[in-house]
Design a binder for this molecule. Structure first.
Ligand SMILES: NC(=O)c1ccc[n+]([C@@H]2O[C@H](COP(=O)([O-])OP(=O)(O)OC[C@H]3O[C@@H](n4cnc5c(N)ncnc54)[C@H](O)[C@@H]3O)[C@@H](O)[C@H]2O)c1
Length: 438
């Protein structure tokens, strides 16, 4: 099939590359000419394991190319995927201007098609948006919605072996085209589900809202544990043994970040307000997530009597989660800003997010080695659970740090071991022990 993908962010680029790899001819359109130039060389503009290799293979096979020309990129396409961003606008509402702008671009060329294309909204959009896209298309087409569930850092596997593919359709033509396209990725254990368009749009928001809810819920219980002398890790183990609860997305920490959960939770709240049906759970989930970041930053401030003048803090983990260089709405940003405002000098390390972080918090000095970041620091703060941080050389770390204080926002270490090494160790939802015997 001939496919046009609009937007080469995480979703567009992974989608385009995986469809090309499956034998389709794919053109990816983006308004950023510099990005397009880089992409045509086979270079991914962000870190995603295995992506560049897969892009290069499909480019060399003549099945994948990139363009910034909307007058030609749609030529002869059977299916067009809209994969542009739907960020939270300055007014706190979901900004649909990119999605609707693409609809106008498609509309301009609709009369050049011999066969009406299927126009698919893949961006995460509030219920009703796919129909708003359709209203702007003047000509012949078949409309569909197909939300994406990939996780950054595991995106290629998620796309190729999905838990499910959800499509919203209202024509046999759109359903047949999507069935054909997704056939290599669906089947036994990987269902391809067809719903009405509104339900398909809602599945995406409801799924992200549920996952965000699990994270805020366990963080709320962690907070209760700390105040009542319980240990959240044991409580969690006990809870997760119940198969109805499960153990995914249920780890205490400093909350969720990234380009999806924060904005999608806000968008659900907006949908509720618009429908005069306020979403109380989602509102609490969002507020708890904000509170968790503030609580962690305040814990560091309190340790230093609210004055970090002349103090040096090492920050391990800048990306919003491991295996990505994405720092959008990363907890590390709020934490670093709070520490800097209190007078600290902050040195950061991340295995991948060294370039992306610089523009977010330029005051943070980025170094290329985790122990270098810790050199002469009055405290180490851990914001992201990269594998590299899970079993460091504690003797070396101790020797590097000026003061052996660790604030672990991801509960990476065993408290008894930290006590044995002589660290003053703070974690989330577990009693702080300087001397621990169990
Ligand atoms: N990032 C994720 O992990 C993820 C996962 C599932 C769903 N989503 C959803 O998918 C959508 C895209 O997310 P993303 O993270 O890939 O976005 P992104 O911001 O990383 O990328 C969007 C791209 O679209 C391009 N663009 C904007 N307007 C354009 C236009 N008129 N024509 C062509 N290109 C244009 C931008 O230059 C940019 O490269 C969002 O709705 C998001 O919520 C994201």
């Amino acid at each position: 099939m001939k496919i046009t993908i609009v937007g080469t962010g995480y979703v567009g680029l992974i989608t385009g590359t995986c469809f090309a790899n499956a034998g389709n001819n794919v053109t990816c359109l983006d308004i950023d000419p510099k990005k397009v130039e880089t992409l045509n060389k086979g270079e991914a503009p962000f870190f995603e394991p295995g992506l560049s290799e897969m892009m290069t293979k499909s480019i060399n096979a003549g099945r994948l190319d990139f363009s910034d020309d909307s007058s030609t990129a749609f030529t002869g396409s059977d299916i067009i995927f809209i994969c542009v961003g739907t960020p939270t606008g300055n007014d706190g509402k979901c900004d649909l201007s990119y999605v609707l702008g693409v609809a106008d671009d498609i509309s301009k060329v609709l009369d050049t098609f011999d066969t009406p294309p299927v126009v698919v909204v893949k961006s995460t959009v509030p219920v009703g948006t796919t129909h708003r896209v359709a209203e702007r298309l003047h000509g012949e087409y078949f409309i569909a919605n197909n939300p994406e569930f990939l996780r950054e850092g595991n995106a290629i596997d998620d796309f190729r072996t999905p838990d499910r593919v959800v499509c919203g359709v209202e024509s046999e033509e759109a359903q047949a085209a999507l069935e054909q396209l997704y056939a290599p990725f669906t089947g036994d254990g990987h269902p391809l589900l067809f719903f009405d368009i509104h339900s398909s749009e809602m599945v995406k928001y409801a799924s992200n809202a549920m996952l965000a809810c699990k994270i805020s819920f366990i963080n709320e219980i962690a907070s209760l544990c700390e105040r009542n002398g319980a240990n959240i890790e044991r409580v969690r183990t006990g809870m997760c043994a119940d198969s109805r609860i499960g153990n995914q997305f249920f780890k205490p920490g400093i909350g969720y970040g990234g380009s999806c959960f924060p904005k999608d939770t806000l968008a659900v709240m907006e949908m509720g307000d618009n429908a005069n049906a306020p979403c109380l759970v989602n509102t609490a989930v969002h507020e708890l997530n904000q509170r968790q970041r503030r609580w962690f930053a305040n814990r560091i401030l309190e340790h230093f009597d609210n004055d970090l003048t002349g103090k040096k803090v090492a920050l391990w983990g800048l990306a919003f989660k491991p295996n990505t260089d994405d720092v959008r709405d990363a907890p590390s940003i709020d934490i670093a800003k709070t520490l800097i405002d209190a007078g600290a000098e902050v040195t950061g390390f991340d295995p991948e997010a060294w370039e992306t972080y610089g523009s977010e918090v330029p005051e943070v000095t980025i170094v290329s080695n985790m122990y270098e970041a810790a050199a002469d620091a009055d405290a180490l703060v851990i914001c992201t659970e990269w594998d590299e941080f899970s079993s460091p050389d504690f003797d070396l770390l101790k020797a590097k740090l000026k003061d052996q204080v660790i604030f672990d926002g991801r509960n990476l270490y065993i408290r008894a071991e930290m006590a044995r090494h002589g660290f003053h160790y703070y974690s989330v939802g577990r009693p702080t022990l300087e001397i621990c015997t169990a």
